[in-house]
Design a protein around this ligand. Structure first.
Ligand SMILES: [Zn+2]
Length: 511
């Protein structure tokens, strides 16, 4: 009996330094993430779980003779450290289930979005965690002194341990640390993919060109404003309680802005969404053999322009930048700057609008929109909402929500500004974001791109606004098309069908 007791208290009395290191390396990511996401109970819960597991590990090591036990420690400590580095990234991501998305975003989008992603999810938590974990070094160096202290203080340590057991038992169904192992294997797979990633090939016009019938009588100016990460649930045009879109709301009251009621984005990430929206064909794997929107526009005699506030170069700016190279004129207004606001699109657009290549023109305006981090998506003068406007939310949520809503408010002014430029001409304008965001829709701790496998998250990530502006000259000249648009607004629409819709409205028939 005494032997058993001595063995059970060994982790506190003789191996306390080791217990402490094992616990620290396994609990710190949880602790920091818990504090960051404003949920202290969850942080404490994870720390207690980690303490129970650490105790069992140390107890197990102490079963062996001195030499083997020492060897186990030498192997375990670096392994636990490596695990911590991985877990930290995982935890930051896991609490969001975002692993797939992490790599997809890195692979599939542009430098700014990838940087924004890393800054939002990884920097502060990860760096802090890794720095804190270095505390293990002095604990290891002073292990003899710690053991001397523990010989006297072990009853206290044992008491803390016993108290932690009930806290450790709480398990959040389906959301707990046990899932991490599964996600980790996915992560390694994805990291391998990332390492093997190669730059996307160039797009080319298909030969033969699509056969189109059009009488050359479509509208003069077609403007397609491609938004980024705008959620319908944060649009006052769709009944959001905060007035995030006062300017578009006022246009909608004048009938010139048609607000589509039930629109789903083709996908919840940029690349796949653009593939589905702007290319047309059965082969979604090898989209380079499909017709793109540019093939159709060229065949129908339209000149195309691509004006973008997103980045121009870099191996991550693969798909969209490559696709846009098919346009007749292209302008990267921010030159890759992360802090360039979307209103920079307007003067560049005016330049093209007033000096067009020919009579019929399609202008694509690609915004930075609402992609993370939200706090840099709007200038100071648009910080209308502040944290005190969100009393029903946690502190962390308030910051995110007010940053996001301010960026929607700014987005409203940019889209309305573009409309203002074309309102006197014969113009039709579409505003469509590539996808939405999951802003605490699926989990009170998570915001960002929708997470694969979570139904609620995906639904939120695909619920987008979609509006069509028709100038009075356009309505006058194309009453039938205007009526078609009005008829379509209450029908469910998926942006996968954007090309057929565009062609129909532009009176371009395919055969
Ligand atoms: Zn996007």
């Amino acid at each position: 009996m005494k032997k058993l007791f001595d063995w059970l208290i060994k982790p506190f009395r003789e191996e306390f330094w080791f217990l402490f290191i094992v616990w620290m390396l396994s609990a710190i990511p949880a602790l920091i993430s818990g504090i960051k996401i404003d949920n202290l109970f969850r942080a404490a819960n994870f720390c207690c779980k980690a303490l129970v597991v650490s105790y069992l590990i140390v107890l197990f090591c102490s079963l062996f003779k001195d030499k083997i036990s020492k060897a186990l420690k030498i192997i375990l400590i670096p392994l636990l450290f490596a695990n911590l580095v991985l877990d930290t990234g995982m935890f930051e991501i896991y609490k969001t289930h975002l692993l797939d998305e992490t790599v997809d975003i890195l692979l599939g989008t542009n430098v700014e979005e990838a940087q924004g992603f890393l800054e939002t999810y990884l920097t502060s938590g990860t760096v802090l965690t890794i720095l804190t974990s270095l505390l293990a070094v002095p604990v290891f160096i002073f292990r003899r002194k710690i053991t001397l202290l523990a010989e006297k203080a072990w009853p206290f340590f044992a008491l803390v341990f016993i108290c932690s057991i009930p806290v450790s038992l709480y398990h959040r169904p389906g959301k707990d640390v046990a899932d991490i192992a599964g996600w980790r294997s996915v992560s390694l797979l994805k990291v391998t993919m990332f390492a093997q990633y190669k730059e996307a090939p160039d797009f080319h016009y298909q030969d033969p060109a699509p056969r189109v019938v059009c009488d050359g009588d479509g509208p003069e100016n077609v403007i397609i404003v491609l938004g980024e990460s705008l959620s319908r649930s944060h649009c006052s045009l769709y009944g959001y309680e905060k007035q995030t879109q006062p300017m578009l709301e006022s246009l909608a009251r004048q009938d010139s802005l048609v607000v589509f009621e039930d629109v789903t984005s083709a996908w919840y990430h940029t690349i796949q969404s653009f593939i589905l929206m702007l290319t047309e064909g059965d082969n979604k794997e090898n989209v380079y053999n499909n017709y793109t929107v540019f093939d159709y526009l060229k065949a129908a005699g339209y000149n195309s322009y691509w004006i973008t506030n997103q980045a121009a170069t870099g191996i991550y700016d693969n798909f969209v930048a490559k696709l846009s190279a098919l346009s007749d004129r292209r302008n990267f207004v921010c030159g890759g700057s992360k802090f360039g606001y979307d209103d920079a699109l307007i003067p560049a657009f005016k330049e093209y609008l007033h000096n067009p290549i020919g009579k019929r023109n399609v202008f694509f305006l690609h915004m930075k929109g609402q992609h993370i981090p939200y706090n840099i998506a709007s200038p100071e003068s648009f910080r209308h909402f502040n944290v005190s406007d969100y009393p029903d939310f946690s502190e962390a949520q308030r910051v995110t929500l007010c940053d996001y809503d301010n960026s929607v408010l700014f987005n409203d002014s940019v889209v309305a500004g573009i409309i203002d430029v074309v309102s006197s001409g014969e113009s039709i304008l579409f505003y469509v974001p590539d996808h939405a965001q999951d802003i605490y829709d699926s989990d009170p701790d998570y915001y960002g791109h929708a997470r694969a496998g979570d139904e609620k998250s995906v639904e939120a990530g695909r619920s987008i606004p979609f509006v069509v502006y028709c100038s009075s000259k356009y309505i006058e000249k194309f009453p039938d098309e205007y009526k078609t648009i009005l008829d379509m607004k209450s029908q469910p629409f998926n942006t996968e069908n954007f090309i057929p819709m565009l062609l129909r409205i532009l009176k371009i028939e395919t055969s």
